[in-house]
Design a protein around this ligand. Sequence first.
Ligand code: DAH
Length: 351
Amino acid sequence: MAIFRDGLFFWGEMMNSEKLKETLSEALAEARVAPDIEGLEHVRIKYLGRKGLLPGVMKGLGGLPPAERGEMGKLANRLKTELGGLLDQRREELESGAMGNVSFDFTLPGAWHAAGTRHPIARVIEDAAAIFARLGFTVAQGPDVETAYRNFEALNTPDYHPSLDEQDTFWLESGDLLRTQTSPVQIRVMESTQPPIRVITPGRCYRRDTTDATHSASFHQIEGLYVDTRVSLADLKATMGYFAREMMGPGVGVRFRPHFFPFTEPSVECDFSCHVCAGKGCRVCKFSGWIEIAGAGMVDPRVFKKVGYDPTAVTGFAFGMGVERIAMVKYGIPDIRMLYDNDIRFLKQFA
Ligand code: DAH
């Protein structure tokens, strides 16, 4: 610091009242952002300390022209009281506050949060949605608690059918039930939209099954529904063939076996050729070369009538398949319970 006749110099710069005003606001800002007590002390020493700005300014005041002296004196006072006050206040805050005495070591390794993996069930559902999306199918969902009407009656399932039995279905006191299949979502979609329809409806289903290696009282299905004019069984077979190749591998084929479902006529069971042995026979396909994957068929005209469609104007196919079953054969999972155990060692294999 040096005092010249024509002005007051500090930190290599001439201090006039403009400059001092700026410096005051800088000082206040520095005091506000100082992260800890040590930082505050630096600010104090820099501006108010014995060799700091304030004593320098005070000393230099006498050498200034009287016109400037008053203004500079006032500013110097403000520096002392405003900055001094702020420093005291911040010190108190830091001492009592959460950040105060904590000294944080930025060189310590951080806490490791491992990224999760997709659950095989979610993975099959998402992959299926992507595959069917390429064929123009969108995804629809319905509630787990369903009416008996949509779960059975609208699907042409008479009330003497064994699946309505207490032994097979979780009935609620209200008369509703936990849906035994995703097929009631077909009804919901048709009740609320007009053809053409192309949807898949993945979701959770419930049956009074005793848990074993291949059964669970709660499981997942993916339902499909295609309604338009002139939809045929050939369209169903081509659709299932495309899905089989995309889901299980390019060499996989499909076959249909005659079957019965109340809501389709004709009905089929759809098998995929074994992706492990290419149909030669192995443990996965129980030496048959084929793996049973889905139930399917042409939507029964009675179902169309229930939802108010004209069965002479539209045709359609539907299918339903077990998500766990696909996951198990695709990834070689020997026991369905492994999918529900939440054992990280098992789950993290499905990145
Ligand atoms: N809902 C049937 C079941 O749970 C599967 C099924 C079969 C769904 C044929 C369909 C279908 O949509 O057309 O066993």
